[in-house]
Design a protein around this ligand. Sequence first.
Ligand code: GSH
Length: 238
Amino acid sequence: MSGLVLHAYPSPNGLKATIMLAECELPFRYEFVDITRGAQFDPAFLRISPNNKIPALVDEDAAGGPLAMFESGAILTYLAEKTGRFLPREPHARYAVFQWLFWQVGGLGPMAGQAHHFRAFASEVVPYGIKRYTDEVNRLYGVMNRALAEREWLAGEYSIADVACYPWIVPHERQGQKLEDFPHVKRWFEAMGARPGVQRGLEYGAERKADAIGHTYLYGQTAAQVEERERQQRGDEP
Ligand SMILES: N[C@@H](CCC(=O)N[C@@H](CS)C(=O)NCC(=O)O)C(=O)O
């Protein structure tokens, strides 16, 4: 076997990887990981993604042998370095990209994910959680809006920072945000959506809705439950 293999699901973190692969016009095999049915606990998947989350990438042609990695920020950086695209070499420009990439991976993504959870998926209505995460996402959109008031793309030139943020802005309504309140984010959002590579990347994301069964796999995970899921996937005796 040779080539790039992406293990993903069409949720925002998976879409970052498909958009980047499409933007770079890189051929790849798409291995669908049904995280709504527990495929993230398959021992073979956990060997490349020990955090039981998508996306994960394997480059079977990497120098020194097949290279597997998890975490979308690492994957975007790897693909940028492999292709020489969307990550400048000059240090000021490069670290501007890394700052916004880490801002997304450590801030926008987790906070927007919690806003989705409390607003749309929680099994009980928790007003404090809804307000806490809706407000924090609102603050983050404000940060992004101020950055985009000064430049066309988040870190100057179009980069993996833009790719990382976009799939998390697509479901802005589910996060309780109005793009009209953030005109520079709106302008950027429309420019992103007009890029053919972004459109192709999103085709892998004909949004699959997590259903009630999916929720039992996705929420309430503890270390012990994850071990139990893995055991079930291996088919061990109870
Ligand atoms: N920090 C990780 C987050 C990945 C993540 O949260 N992936 C979600 C889907 S968007 C997932 O695989 N969830 C499955 C689970 O929690 O079991 C990244 O940026 O790659």
